[in-house]
Write a protein that binds this ligand. Structure first.
Ligand SMILES: Nc1nc2c(c(=O)[nH]1)N[C@H]1C(S)=C(S)[C@@H](COP(=O)(O)OP(=O)(O)OC[C@H]3O[C@@H](n4cnc5c(=O)[nH]c(N)nc54)[C@H](O)[C@@H]3O)O[C@H]1N2
Ligand SMILES: Nc1nc2c(c(=O)[nH]1)N[C@H]1C(S)=C(S)[C@@H](COP(=O)(O)OP(=O)(O)OC[C@H]3O[C@@H](n4cnc5c(=O)[nH]c(N)nc54)[C@H](O)[C@@H]3O)O[C@H]1N2
Ligand code: SF4
Ligand SMILES: [Mo]
Length: 678
């Protein structure tokens, strides 16, 4: 049987494993068995051969001399970074001995897994790991850090993670990028929009920061953080008033359009302007543009849902396409996520029945609080696919928790991350290029197969392989722990309840590398809402304690600090991935804090000055960029920086660990701060 690993010199296919909507098809160039270059696969139907700068420099990460090659045992204080190499056998025995002791003394719920989707592969992120922790009976983690609030909100309106197919957006005439920095985070969406511009399409960007995406827009609309729900309601007000709604669409495919018409009377442009900071004339112009240009497509970003009211904001915005009947048009509608077109057989992969009794669950956004809880404490944390010391909110609390002497922490990663510095045992992870896995995009409609293209690096192991070792050492001898990767891929793709993947199988993927979900064009007749219609009025929301109609609810004012702080992600890192690679750091340079001229002048701060930014949770230091890129009262930085460098850049030291309105989501962007010159 052929193996791409055996190709010493040549080009082999692959797919990007990162937590990015584009999920690019890749071509990996090998020389003497090593990867020497990574480029886009020109045959890929959506990504068409272009990839981002980050992954073009991926080779430097794969072969970075800082990559860990053996298991490590901590010999210094937690956080100091003093480790010695040990064998896999010693590592696995140390972990499982400790867990067996904890289970007998304090019960399995004293152990908590912590992971996210740094490697988006199904086997790497929700396969053998889930089987293992289900069987162990450990506490369970709710994986809420990214997109859950908006998903719940969107689903109230639309019944599932279904949106416009990017391949149809060549027809789109109006793109509204709403709370998404797509130039950095969804580059092929920008490429599609730019192509559509040749057919006279317009690009509107609504954001709190005139960043790289705002700068390429035909029209950039700055808005105050957390107020977008009000803007959407103001647009609805004008659409109804000026009879720009599509009455026949509303009658056929929605419920609640009459109640909504009455309800939005409260959101007149004057009121909405005072809430959002968007001038009244601009609200009129935007509503009229949205009401008359078709097909239009709203690309709903993550920026919205990292607020106290993130679920409701997305719920509200997702009502707009129905008002103008966009869902009937090719290239019309909205796209928050297309994940549900590509759902695999999750039960076959995760095996929930291995969990004999239900266990307690913890919201990952409360990690600091969870680790500091003294009643029935967490006594062991197992981290993989994530770097919580940097990415989790209220980072100083998280670090106080990680520093606990009586917490036994294991970190499985490719690098000695800030989190790994607190570990008792560190395990070396393979890169995705060393594994077998399947990948589904949450933006386009394709599923991809990844087969290993290089040998494992040093003594590193994949996530599933580590859980197989842990299972064996724990004495778990059931079949699910003996399944190999190929069997798991087959299970993930068998007995599917998802009709869109009916043609997909492991064998077919092996032949084709990637396949498109089929039969996806009939959304309006397959809506999974309780009524089977687009729910402008939602009885389900009412039962959950929310207003049944989309409603503006302000974010929480958590202190008297005068500035709202939005610590977004940056162009050259992928969350914290690449933040430890020299090439990418050089490209990104130093983080800046963007501040409005009025706020800077009132504080005596000049452009380029070093500033301190603080609140009751922590502090950071940045160089300030003064101008008109943000509205008065708002400051923005880019990049989830850590502080391993000794510089005060840990942005999450400032972020609140409040929980958003829906789904237990994070509220990274709803915190307040003060800034002063250093
Ligand atoms: N280069 C790069 N690409 C990435 C990532 C990365 O770190 N780097 N991370 C990946 C991940 S995990 C995710 S989830 C996505 C996230 O990518 P996006 O969906 O782009 O989300 P964010 O970058 O969180 O925020 C997007 C924008 O929302 C704005 N914003 C914040 N609050 C508000 C608000 O209240 N209203 C409005 N209108 N705008 C607001 C921010 O200024 C920012 O420009 O990107 C993925 N892709
Ligand atoms: N301030 C602020 N904070 C944020 C955000 C923000 O916008 N602003 N965004 C939030 C969002 S949307 C997200 S999704 C999270 C992301 O948070 P995380 O998912 O934790 O972030 P990453 O930095 O992508 O990945 C963490 C680690 O996983 C490791 N890794 C990669 N592949 C593998 C593998 O196959 N196996 C193992 N064991 N490890 C692997 C990487 O080396 C990396 O160190 O951050 C959140 N935090
Ligand atoms: S990070 Fe995104 S844009 Fe870059 S190669 Fe991967 S999928 Fe493509
Ligand atoms: Mo994310």
């Amino acid at each position: 049987m052929h193996s791409y690993i055996d190709v010493e010199n040549g080009v082999v296919p692959s797919v990007c494993s990162l937590d990015c909507p584009d999920q690019c098809g890749l071509l990996v160039h090998k020389d003497d068995g090593r990867i020497v270059k990574i480029e886009g696969d020109p045959d890929h139907p959506v990504t068409k051969g272009s990839i981002c700068n980050k992954v073009r420099h991926m080779t430097e990460r794969i072969y970075d001399p800082k990559r860990i090659t053996t298991p490590l045992k901590r010999v210094g204080e937690k956080g100091d970074g003093k480790f010695v190499p040990i064998s896999w056998q010693e590592a696995i025995t140390t972990i499982t001995d400790q867990w067996k002791k904890l289970i007998s003394e304090e019960g399995p719920e004293s152990i908590l897994p912590y992971s996210f989707y740094a490697n988006m592969g199904k086997l790497s992120s929700k396969g053998m790991d889930r089987r293992f922790f289900n069987r162990l009976g450990s506490s369970q983690l709710d994986r809420t850090i990214c997109s859950v609030a908006g998903e719940v909100g969107y689903n109230y309106t639309m019944g599932g993670r279904f949106g416009t197919d990017p391949e149809e957006m060549t027809e789109t005439k109006l793109f509204v990028f709403w709370g998404i920095n797509a130039v950095s985070t969804n580059m092929h969406q920008i490429m599609i929009a730019q192509k559509a511009k040749k057919n006279c399409a317009k690009i509107v960007v609504i954001d709190v920061h005139k960043n790289q995406t705002g700068r390429m827009a035909d029209w950039f609309i700055p808005i105050l953080p957390g107020t977008d729900g009000a803007l959407a309601l103001g647009i609805m007000h004008i659409l109804y008033k000026e009879k720009l709604v599509n009455q026949s669409f509303l009658e056929q495919y929605t419920i609640g359009y009459e109640e909504l018409r009455e309800h939005v009377k409260h959101y007149d442009p004057q009121t909405v302007s005072a809430i959002t900071g968007v001038p009244k004339e601009d609200i009129y112009e935007l509503a009229r543009m949205y009401g008359t240009v078709s097909p239009s497509m709203i690309r709903i970003g993550n920026g919205l849902q990292h607020h106290d009211n993130g679920g409701m904001m997305v719920r509200t915005i997702s009502c707009l396409p129905a008002l103008t009947g966009q869902w009937e048009l090719k290239g019309g509608g909205a796209l928050k996520s297309n994940s549900d077109y590509l759902t695999h057989n999750t039960a076959a992969l995760e095996r929930p029945e291995l969990q004999v009794v239900p266990t307690r669950r913890f919201n990952m956004n409360l990690l600091g609080q969870v680790l500091l809880e003294e009643q029935q404490p967490i006594r062991s944390l197992y981290v993989y696919n994530s770097n919580p010391a940097v990415v989790a909110p209220d980072a100083n609390k998280v670090r106080d928790g990680l520093a606990r002497e009586d917490l036994f922490t294991v970190v499985h990663d490719l690098f000695l991350t800030d989190t790994a510095l607190y570990a008792d045992i560190v395990l070396p992870a393979t890169s995705a290029f060393e594994n077998t896995d399947i990948y589904t995009s949450f933006w386009h409609h394709y599923i991809h197969l990844q087969e290993p293209v290089i040998d494992t690096y040093g003594d590193s192991k994949s996530n599933p392989d580590v859980f197989r070792l842990l299972a064996r050492a724990m004495g778990f001898d059931e079949q699910p722990f003996l399944d190999d990767d190929a069997e798991m891929v087959n299970q993930a793709l068998s007995q599917l309840s998802n009709p869109y993947l009916s043609e997909v199988s492991y064998a077919a993927l092996k032949e084709k590398r990637y396949m498109k979900a089929s039969g996806t064009g009939n959304l309006l007749n397959n809506l999974k809402t309780p009524s089977g219609k687009i729910e402008l009025y939602s009885e389900q929301m009412k039962s959950a304690g929310f207003p049944a109609l989309p409603t503006y609810i302000p974010i929480i004012q958590d202190s008297d600090h005068p500035l709202l702080y939005v610590p977004a992600i940056n162009h050259n890192f992928m969350n914290t991935i690449f933040s430890n690679n020299e090439k990418h750091i050089k490209l990104e340079k130093a983080p800046k804090l963007f501040m409005n001229r009025l706020d800077a002048e009132s504080r005596g701060i000049e452009d380029g000055a070093a500033v301190r930014i603080w609140n009751e949770r922590g502090e950071c230091e940045f160089t300030v960029s003064v101008g008109e890129q943000v509205l008065p009262g708002v400051v923005v930085s880019q990049g989830i920086w850590g502080d391993k460098s000794g510089q005060k850049r840990l942005v999450n030291a400032l972020t609140p660990d409040r929980i958003a309105d829906m789904g237990g989501g994070a509220t990274f962007f709803s915190g307040r701060v003060e800034v002063a010159g250093l």
